[in-house]
Design a binder for this molecule. Structure first.
Ligand code: T1G
Ligand code: NAD
Length: 718
């Protein structure tokens, strides 16, 4: 709702009240209309201020209402009521003015912002466009190029930038409400003709056609199939080609097409999913709101390779004192140099002070005796990690959290090396660790709720989105990657090329296809894991070369590694690169020849495989494993899996995530396709439908937020 008061005798103050972000729910919109009428009708009131409760102006339309029938006064006429008012209306912007919140402010005659406020039209991140006049008023106020950039990216502008762009009239370091009341008194009685943005002429400049063409090319290139950015350009174009009222009609038409789109549903689902994962729970009932995290002021990182360096940077940037340990002097010096460079570049990029004084380097693990939390990031070798955990258990002070960055080794096996297994959890970062937002926090059967809470909180402090997952081989992300990669290998055996499979996945929306990602992270990483799982049998020939434990297996990746083709780092992998470390993937004729020779050697006949089959086999195998993970209780809900895949594995956000996508396609359809492919490939376990997807499909495919009701509580792990 909205609260009305009068201050300084002549200023009516309307305060939005809908915690936590004063979203424009039906009750708030009704409150604004009612209090505006009151302010306009009271003769003593000469001017009006609109502000938000709790230091936040407004987070936009209430996204929770999108699924329901719209009630209460619509936004557009509400904003017209304000703009048409004969008394000056001043928006006092504190915290955020986003989406409908900024559109509300653009309907006001003046805008005063606090210096820490952020302003923007992020609707495109929800699969929408600004649907309350933003695409028509903002270009009129600040010009087309700046408006296009803000609307197609959805980024938040600082108050300083908003002032420079002309979005706000004044910025203050003090209370924006007080400043707005003073300002409102100063403009009382003044003409408002020049303050009603909708009356401004359409933006004009000779190069507009070129600007729009460039903008459209750019959004088509970067959107990777997302439709909202393209539609945003079309809506802003209407502000140039149509008078305001017609432009608003065009905005409404385009908004409606997006509002009912699957992509908008996917992005809004993802908005709430990313917030839901912080409210973690485990099969035995440990929960985020009953488990208290321990304070962590000082941390240590053991092993300063690819991951250890990024983790150290991220810890230092989070304000912690860090002890960085690398046994070899040479590696330590190299790491020190690399980390300083990363800190410097990042500090410049973010415009924040350098944090390199936070890190102390040491060759001896003894140096970590007084830290609160240790993150081990040495080679992916169980024996070595066990030794490290034995050492740490003897060295660290009581209560120190012992964490490992392993990509998939057994957390509990490491915990068994220590005196306090309850203090052992996995903190699985993603490369580059100081950039990637995702953190899988892995709890073992003996990890305490407190240890889990501390690691989750630590991730948040490092600016990560932490997702709590159970302990199993590969946890959630890498476990689902296995059947996905397996299908990609099988498609090559049956006639496809890496380029063809990658093109299908990139058209679906992945930034990179499976083979380009494999070349980027290094084919040897997966090879090491398959070796550890006893799957690699060098020089094996004949039928047995392609069978492991009764299931179909493809040694293609192993054969490439045996030839030193590790991907970008060696300049050759599934693609070839100009030089080792090269980034531009080019189809490799050698590899095509190698595949033909491989098929001939194994009596395989290449066939033309259509895009749909390639997509379905890769994605449905991954999704099927996702359902198995839910059934096993390794992930608490589909949101956890979807957030992991969007943030850690490049799953296109406008497709919601693998589990949401399965719901969108239709569980019965996914099940039918899995059954079909499993019939064709009975020796591929990854295609055998998981019983949970059968159960859900048989229960008329309930909406995703109800899937948890169908997941049988597995035996407790925590
Ligand atoms: N509607 C409903 N709930 C919202 C909300 C919104 N607009 N914004 C936030 N919440 C909830 C959120 O789910 C969480 O709930 C809590 O508030 C705190 O959020 C016509 C149609 C404002 C920068 O895109 O970007 O206007 O998890 O954890 O980190 O053109 O929330 O606690 O239950 O994110 O401090 C456009 C979306 C809407 C802004 C605050 N607006 N929000 O970040 O807290 S579309 C947006 C944000 C629109 C018009 C169109 C951020 C934030 P819970 P939080 P935060
Ligand atoms: P890396 O080979 O780049 O670095 C490992 C570092 O550990 C080396 O610098 C090595 O000198 C050091 N080291 C070895 N023994 C040590 C000891 N006893 N004490 C101190 N330092 C020691 O490996 P990486 O890619 O950084 O991987 C590290 C861990 O992170 C592995 O468990 C890996 O599975 C995991 N991981 C890797 C990635 C990735 O993409 N590279 C992503 C997530 C997790």
């Amino acid at each position: 709702m909205a609260f009305y008061s009068r201050v300084s005798g002549s200023v009516g103050v309307i305060t939005l009240q809908n915690p936590p972000v004063n979203a424009l729910s039906a009750a708030v919109r009704q409150g604004i209309v009612d209090t505006m009428h009151r302010a306009l009708s009271e003769p003593e009131v000469k001017s009006v201020v609109i502000c938000g409760q709790n230091g936040k102006f407004c987070g936009g339309a209430d996204i929770r209402e999108f699924g329901a029938n719209m009630r209460g006064p619509p936004l557009v006429p509400m904003i017209h009521l304000i703009e048409a008012a004969e008394k000056p209306v001043v928006a006092a912007i504190e915290g955020v003015a986003l989406g409908g919140g900024l559109e509300l402010a653009l309907g006001c005659h003046y805008r005063i912002a606090h210096s820490k406020a952020r302003l923007g039209l992020p609707e495109v991140t929800l699969g929408l466009l600004p649907g309350a006049g933003g695409t028509q008023r903002l270009p009129r106020l600040i010009g087309v190029p700046a408006a296009l950039e803000l609307i197609t990216t959805g980024r938040h502008a600082t108050a300083a930038e908003a002032l420079q762009l002309g979005i706000v009239d004044e910025v203050t370091d003090h209370s924006a409400v007080d400043a707005a009341v003073k300002f409102a008194q100063s403009v009382a009685g003044k003409s408002l003709d020049a303050r009603r943005i909708s009356t401004y002429p359409s933006p004009r400049s000779p190069d507009l056609a070129e600007i729009f063409e460039k903008a459209m090319q750019e959004v088509r290139r970067s959107a990777r199939g997302a439709i909202a950015p393209v539609t945003c350009v079309q809506a802003v174009h209407a502000s140039v080609t149509l008078p305001y009222a017609k432009g608003m009609e065009r905005e409404r038409e385009l908004f409606s097409t997006l509002f009912t789109s699957g992509q908008a549903h996917a992005l809004q689902y993802y908005f709430f999913a990313q917030r839901a994962v912080s409210r973690w729970s485990t099969p035995s009932g440990a929960r985020w709101d009953t488990s208290k995290p321990r304070p962590v002021r000082k941390a240590a990182v053991i092993g300063l390779g690819t991951m250890g360096r990024g983790i150290s940077v991220s810890l230092a940037q989070a304000g912690l004192s860090v002890v960085a340990v690398e046994t070899q002097e040479k590696q330590l010096l190299e790491a020190k140099q690399a980390v300083s460079g990363m800190l410097e570049r990042s500090a410049k990029r973010r415009g924040v002070p350098l944090a390199d004084d936070k890190i102390k380097y040491n060759c001896s693990v003894q140096a970590v005796a007084d830290v609160d939390l240790v993150i081990e990031a040495v080679f992916e070798d169980m024996a070595l990690k066990k030794t490290i955990f034995q050492q740490l258990s003897g060295i660290c002070k009581p209560g120190t959290l012992l964490c490992t960055n392993t990509s998939g080794l057994d957390i509990d096996e490491l915990a068994s090396q220590t005196q306090s297994p309850e203090l052992v959890v996995g903190m699985h970062f993603f490369a580059p660790a100081h950039v990637m937002k995702l953190l899988e926090v892995v709890y073992g059967p003996r990890s305490s709720p407190e240890a889990l809470a501390t690691a989750m909180e630590m991730g948040k402090k490092m600016g990560k989105v932490s997702v709590a997952v159970g302990n199993c081989r590969g946890f959630v992300g890498n476990r689902m990657l296995k059947p996905y990669l397996e299908q990609a290998f099988f498609l090559l055996e049956e006639g496809a090329t890496p380029e063809q499979v990658d093109q299908v996945l990139e058209e679906f929306g992945f930034a990179m296809g499976v083979f380009k990602v494999s070349d980027l992270s290094g084919l040897d990483v997966g090879w090491k894991v398959r070796k550890a799982d006893g799957l690699v049998v060098p020089g094996s020939t004949g039928k047995s070369a392609r069978i492991r434990g009764g299931s179909r297996y493809s040694p293609l990746g192993d054969l490439l590694c045996e030839q030193g083709r590790f991907g970008q780092k060696t300049g050759r992998g599934w693609y070839h690169y100009d030089k080792p470390g090269g980034r531009v993937a080019k189809p490799d004729p050698w590899l095509h020849g190698f595949l033909e020779e491989y098929r001939a050697r194994h009596g395989l006949v290449a066939r033309r495989i259509d895009h749909q089959e390639m997509l379905e086999r890769c994605l449905y195998a991954l999704i099927n494993e996702g359902f198995q993970i839910l059934q096993d209780g390794i992930a608490a809900g589909p949101e956890d899996i979807d957030v992991i895949y969007v943030l850690g594995y490049g799953w296109p956000r406008h497709r919601g995530g693998p589990m949401f996508y399965a719901g969108l396609v239709g569980l019965d359809k996914v099940l039918e396709r899995l059954e079909h492919y499993h019939q064709v490939y009975p020796d591929v376990l990854g295609l055998k439908p998981c019983s949970l997807i059968r159960k859900l499909a048989a229960s008329s495919s309930p909406p995703i937020h109800r899937w948890r009701e169908f997941i049988q509580k597995p035996r407790s792990q925590l």
